[in-house]
Design a protein around this ligand. Structure first.
Ligand code: KDG
Length: 337
């Protein structure tokens, strides 16, 4: 009798252990997830991708393994987006700006001077408006899990300090492949040149372009200080990244597997924002110590830049739908009370 009892107890214990993983593929091999991103492993984007991978492996008991693949090894943002839509790649993180060709409502986040600070950005991106924009992705074959922070963007170039609008005249400025960025910098007098991020360093190095705009962390981690002399602080737009999943692949996951990814994405969002904000101040100091000549646009000149860009803003409202535009403006008024 003892032997039978012991066997039943052992079987019950094994079954209990398996219960939490009941929703996971019971194959011996873990489910492999390719998570592509464009910056390098040492960047804030790379650190957060590693954190995400660790969270998924821990929460799934090793049943789901994320391979974080950086430096655009799986292609630039737009190529990875198509790979996710086609089901050839499972996940990525990249700019919302390069998504506008797929989901026009993402252009809301390109609006110059939309957010005054990160607190406003978090409230809108993580609140009903961000969720409404995210929902537009699913009809295009993508699932948006969380927004990470790229950060407030600033100008660098090899020609001269940008101290007033007129200094931008004729500067060959690389912009993301996105019409709002193209229109904005053309309106400001620059010769705007759209290029993928993966081609940016060599374009700067060969003087194909004179300058670019990105947050301090990216300027440092991508070593733009090696090929750019001037950094002009404009904070002209808050730039989010978004963690994306192939909807084709997502729909084949169990609810437990989907929950692991959704929870890990939110945990990585909080990790990434904290890391990015803590590192931004250090990055600016590092860029100065590496010899960049840094100036800050005066409030008067920043005001002139804002005024000049209001026409571009009118186009964004028309492009994303006036309801979404007005809802966002109203939410910002509420947040600023
Ligand atoms: O994959 C890298 C890009 O998503 C991101 O860094 C976008 O800021 C960006 C840029 O300038 O291309």
């Amino acid at each position: 009798m003892n032997m039978i009892r012991r066997t039943l107890v052992a079987a019950a214990a094994a079954a209990t252990l398996a219960l939490p993983l009941a929703g996971f593929a019971q194959d011996i091999k873990p489910r492999l997830i390719r998570f592509g991103y464009g910056l390098n492993e040492q960047s804030n984007q790379g650190r957060a991708a590693k954190f995400f991978a660790e969270q998924v492996e821990k929460a799934s008991g090793g049943k789901m393994k994320v391979r974080a693949i950086g430096a655009a090894a799986l292609g630039p943002d737009v190529q990875m987006q198509q790979a996710l839509i086609g089901g050839a790649q499972e996940m990525m993180v990249g700019s919302t700006a390069t998504l506008v060709g797929i989901t026009k409502e993402m252009a809301l986040w390109d609006t110059p001077f939309l957010f005054n600070n990160a607190k406003e950005a978090d409230a809108v991106l993580d609140g009903p408006i961000g969720q409404k924009v995210n929902a537009k992705l699913t009809e295009k074959g993508l699932v948006g899990l969380a927004y990470w922070e790229n950060g407030f963007r600033n100008l660098t170039n090899s020609k001269r300090p940008i101290t007033k609008l007129e200094d931008l005249n004729g500067v060959k400025l690389r912009v993301m492949q996105n019409n709002v960025y193209l229109d904005s910098f053309k309106t400001l007098g620059a010769n705007a040149v759209p290029l993928p991020f993966s081609e940016l360093f060599s374009a700067l190095e060969t003087n194909t372009v004179d300058g670019q705009e990105n947050p301090y962390n990216t300027i440092l981690s991508s070593k733009f200080f090696e090929v750019q002399k001037y950094l002009s602080i404009t904070n002209h737009v808050y730039s989010p990244w978004i963690v994306l999943v192939s909807k084709k692949w997502w729909d084949g996951l169990s609810k437990d597997e989907q929950k692991v990814l959704a929870d890990a994405a939110k945990a990585s969002r909080d990790f990434e924002r904290k890391d990015t904000r803590e590192e931004a101040g250090k990055a600016l100091a590092d860029l100065k110590s590496k010899g960049m000549q840094i100036n800050e646009l005066s409030p008067t000149e920043a005001g002139r830049m804002r005024d000049k860009l209001t026409r571009v803003n009118a186009g964004i409202g028309a492009g994303i739908g006036m309801d979404l535009w007005q809802e966002t403006q109203a939410e910002l008024v509420r947040l600023r009370k």
